[in-house]
Write a protein that binds this ligand. Structure first.
Ligand code: PDD
Length: 279
C-alpha cells in the first residue's frame, strides 16, 4: 500500500501529490501545519489539533479552505486508505501558489496538503533509558505559539543535538527554558512539576496540556511559570512531551546527569497514567 497523499480535497498516492514551485509554503514558509497520530487506529486528540490549526491559520490571516468538520472527515478517510496499524497524519496549509511577491496574493487560493504514513512507536529502549538533550539559544521569532512551517531554527537545533549525540535540543531564551525543537519540556523539583507557561514563546502542546491535566488529577502540584536554565540543570527529573515523543525521560542535559541519571519516579507515574488514558 503506497503512502497516502492529499492535495486540495483529492486523495492520491503520495508520490503523485505535487505542488507548484511558486507555492508560498515553499518560497516563504508562508503556512502552518499539524502532526496527528493514531492510537489503536483512532486519531489522538483530533479536535485539539484541528482547533490549533484553525488558531494558527487565523494568526497569519490565512482563510481555512475547510472547516474542522471537513478536516475530520479527510483525516479519517486518509487513515482508512492508508490501512496502517498506526498512522501519522501531517496537515499543511499554505497561502497558495502565486508569482513571488511578499504581499499576500489577491487571487491565490490556499494549498491544503495532507500525508498519511505509518507511525512507528518511539524506540522502547530510549523510553526505558531516557535520552540526552543539549541546550541551544532560542533564535526563533516571537510567535512560537503559531505552528508555522518556518522551522529552520528547529532544524538547525535538532541537527546540532544529533551531532552532539543527544536526542533533542532545548531552546533557551534570555536564560529561560522555552521548549524543545519538536517537544515541550517539563521538570520535577521537590515533587513539583514545572513547565514554561503558554504564551508566544512556546507552542501550546496538545500532549503538554494532557500531561498537566493528568498530573493535577494525581494531586501532583503543577506550576506553569518561567523556568531558568539553572533550574533545568538542578532538576530531580526532566522529560519531554509531544505527539512523536509522548512522555520521554531526559537523563542528561549538556552531558551532565539529571538527578540520579535514571528516569524519575514521577515521570514513570505520568507515563503510566498517560498510557492508561489511551484506553
Ligand atoms: N511538533 N513544541 C514544538 C516546537 C513542536 O514542534 C511540537 C510538536 C511540540 C509538541 O506539541 P504536541 O504535543 O501538540 O505534539 C512542542 C511536531 C510533532 C512536529 O513538528 O513534528
Amino acid at each position: 500500500m503506497p503512502d497516502i497523499g492529499f492535495l486540495n480535497g483529492r486523495f492520491m498516492p503520495l508520490d503523485q501529490a505535487m505542488v507548484s514551485v511558486e507555492d508560498r509554503g515553499f518560497q516563504f514558509g508562508d503556512g502552518v501545519y499539524e502532526v496527528i497520530r493514531t492510537y489503536r487506529g483512532v486519531p489522538f486528540q483530533l479536535e485539539a489539533h484541528l482547533g490549533r490549526l484553525e488558531r494558527s491559520a487565523k494568526a497569519i490571516a490565512l482563510a481555512l479552505p475547510y472547516q474542522s468538520r471537513e478536516w475530520q472527515d479527510f483525516v479519517l478517510e486518509g487513515i482508512r486508505r492508508g490501512g496502517y496499524a498506526e498512522s501519522k497524519v501531517y496537515i499543511q496549509l499554505t497561502r497558495g501558489a502565486a508569482p513571488r511577491e511578499h504581499l499576500f496574493p489577491v487571487a491565490a487560493r490556499p494549498t491544503a496538503v495532507m500525508t498519511v504514513r505509518e507511525m512507528r512507536p518511539i524506540d522502547a529502549a530510549l523510553q526505558a533509558s531516557g535520552v540526552g538533550v543539549i541546550t541551544v539559544e532560542d533564535l526563533r521569532w516571537g510567535r512560537c505559539d503559531i505552528k508555522s512551517v518556518n522551522l529552520l531554527p528547529n532544524v538547525m537545533a535538532r541537527q546540532r543535538a544529533k551531532e552532539a549525540g543527544a536526542f533533542e535540543a532545548i531552546f533557551v531564551r534570555g536564560g529561560e527554558v522555552t521548549e524543545g525543537a519538536v517537544s515541550n519540556v517539563m521538570l520535577v523539583r521537590a515533587g513539583v512539576l514545572v513547565t514554561a507557561p503558554e504564551g508566544e514563546r512556546i507552542l501550546s502542546g496538545v500532549t503538554r496540556a494532557l500531561v498537566l491535566a493528568l498530573a493535577r488529577k494525581e494531586g501532583i502540584p503543577a506550576e506553569e511559570r518561567a523556568v531558568s536554565v539553572d533550574e533545568l540543570r538542578r532538576a530531580d527529573e526532566v522529560f519531554l512531551t509531544g505527539t512523536t515523543v509522548e512522555i520521554l525521560p531526559v537523563v542528561r542535559v549538556d552531558g551532565a546527569l539529571v538527578g540520579t541519571g535514571k528516569p524519575g519516579a514521577l515521570t514513570g507515574l505520568l507515563s503510566e497514567r498517560f498510557r492508561s488514558s489511551l484506553g
